[in-house]
Design a protein around this ligand. Structure first.
Ligand SMILES: NC(=O)c1ccc[n+]([C@@H]2O[C@H](COP(=O)([O-])OP(=O)(O)OC[C@H]3O[C@@H](n4cnc5c(N)ncnc54)[C@H](O)[C@@H]3O)[C@@H](O)[C@H]2O)c1
Length: 477
């Protein structure tokens, strides 16, 4: 291990490789809180960098536009000149994507080793370009041991006399609340074995994060804590969703059950909303990574335990679609959805973001299309071409993309439909004038609330047939 320089030297220049959902917002917050630090965010994708330099940022997050636009003309720069930014930085964040490797053909495991090729490419590049000592920080989510591999690559490929110190600093922001999470993190983890480098990174965060929330630890603990946190959050989603299926079978109400459970301080109220399941770029791949890690460590029981969290997540979508088919196919003796029009409200994997990676909405839409439905989709933040591209990618599994229209508001999507399904928990869906919506729909009108966001009692009063996840009854006219 090489100590970088005297511990009192403060970091004044940072480069972040990866201008995505993590790199962009993280650096905007650091720039805002640390005016003396110059930050350059770089990416190999010139379109992404142009978008960060434009009025239309590539990532939607509440509060992000104002932050980026304010800092861009001061200490925050977006560039494609990766080598120059590395050369000029004292500290380099690696915030590139780490997707799961494709499944091995014939393998029944849900585990997947993360593809670290982008991280390795960054490490080799940093080694090649750096002429001065650097602190290299893994912000990407990586499996245990990845930081040691990065350190080995830097050592083997670096210029003579140049020292590197590698830290693990996983990111815990949640899409939809990224700026708030970055400004007020529950904790910041800094894993490593170079105390001097850890202190330097800690000094950056201490501009705005209270010291007790900055936890230093060994590298493996930091890497594993990130995977374990995401696995536990996803497990909680699957736990409440499993109970929602029981509620529907016995006549309990999931909202009441969640309140009953969450009032126990040891359980707590957060993350107990039933839904169509988790999506996004992280939970699936991080659990798959944990399963892969457990299997490779010879812990099949642990792997199987986490496997069930993923299995339950799929089950939730399957049974939601089955419910739509069961309740609506009765009408007119139609089989499947035989040309019925379904208004799909929401497409992003969660409210507050335009991200559609692993969105449950796409799975539901594909299942509905396969069953003969025509879809009118509206999402307040997902651009039309993203919806079409995402469904076209799924067209490989027999989705009829010609039966999809994308609408610019909820009322246009609802007009002429037989069925409304709520696929993302956008609060604006609560503000819909449902009396007017009912008049726009064919009768009898159905609402299937996959995100448990609507006022079901009011909808029933108006005359809708309502199904909501975790509630037993559907009223039929
Ligand atoms: N998205 C989240 O909510 C979130 C939260 C916490 C942690 N993470 C983790 O952070 C990492 C990044 O996630 P993201 O959502 O920002 O990904 P992203 O796909 O939005 O962004 C990654 C960026 O890295 C760029 N890139 C890839 N390889 C590169 C290379 N060799 N050189 C230069 N640029 C390169 C890509 O062009 C892309 O713009 C992942 O490991 C993810 O698991 C994500």
């Amino acid at each position: 291990m090489v100590h970088i320089s005297a511990p009192t030297d403060r970091i004044t220049s940072i480069c972040c490789i990866g201008a995505g959902y993590v790199g962009g917002p993280t650096c905007a917050v650091i720039a805002a809180k640390c005016p003396e630090i110059r930050i350059t965010v770089v990416d190999r994708d010139p379109d992404r960098i142009s978008a960060w330099n434009s009025d239309s940022l590539p990532v939607y997050e509440p509060g992000l536009d104002a932050l980026v636009k304010r800092q861009r003309n001061t200490n925050l720069t977006f560039s494609t000149d990766i080598d120059r930014a590395i050369d000029q930085a004292q500290l380099i964040f690696i915030a590139v994507n780490t997707p799961p490797m494709p499944h091995t053909h014939g393998s029944s495991s849900m585990g997947a080793k993360p593809d670290l090729s982008a991280v390795s490419e960054c490490a080799r590049r940093i080694a090649r370009v750096s002429l001065t000592d650097k602190i290299v920080v893994a912000k990407s989510t990586v499996p245990c041991g990845a930081c040691a591999t990065i350190a080995g690559m830097l050592r083997d490929n670096g210029q003579k006399g140049v020292g590197f110190s590698v830290l693990s600093n996983p990111e815990f922001l949640s899409e939809g609340t990224a700026v708030r999470d970055l400004l007020h993190p529950d904790r910041v983890l800094i894993g490593g074995d170079d105390r001097v480098a850890q202190d330097k990174l800690k000094a950056v965060y201490m501009h705005w994060v209270p010291e007790p929330r900055i936890l230093t630890m060994n590298t493996w603990s930091s890497e594993l804590a990130k995977l374990a946190s995401n696995a536990m959050l996803a497990q909680r989603v699957s736990s409440i969703n499993s109970i929602s299926a029981v509620c529907e079978a016995v006549g309990a109400d999931i909202a009441e059950v969640a309140r009953g459970c969450g009032s126990d301080e040891r359980i707590g109220q957060k993350f107990l909303r039933p839904s169509l399941g988790f999506g996004g770029s992280c939970f699936h791949k991080d659990i798959a990574s944990l399963i892969w890690l457990s299997e490779s460590l010879g812990l099949p029981e642990v792997a199987e335990y986490w496997h069930q969290v993923l299995a339950l997540n799929r089950f939730q979508i399957k049974r939601f679609v089955a419910r739509i088919l069961a309740d609506t196919s009765r009408e007119g003796g139609l089989s499947g959805l035989g040309g019925r029009r379904v208004a799909c409200l929401g497409f992003a994997f969660k409210e507050g973001t335009g991200d559609t990676r692993n969105t449950p909405a796409a799975d539901v839409c594909c299942e509905l299309l396969r069953n003969g439905a025509k879809l009118s989709i509206y999402d307040p933040r997902v651009p039309r071409h993203h919806i079409v591209d995402k469904l076209a990618m799924s067209a490989a599994s027999n989705c009829d993309i010609d039966s999809v229209s994308v609408c610019s508001d909820a009322y246009s999507a609802i007009a002429g439909s037989d069925i409304v399904v709520v696929l993302t928990a956008w609060s604006e869906f609560r503000q819909i004038d449902w009396e007017q919506a009912l008049k726009l729909m064919s009768q009898p009108a159905y609402v299937f609330d996959g995100q448990v966001v609507l006022d079901h009692g009011r909808l029933e009063q108006l005359g809708f047939n309502v199904f909501s996840i975790g509630r037993a009854h559907v009223t039929t006219q």
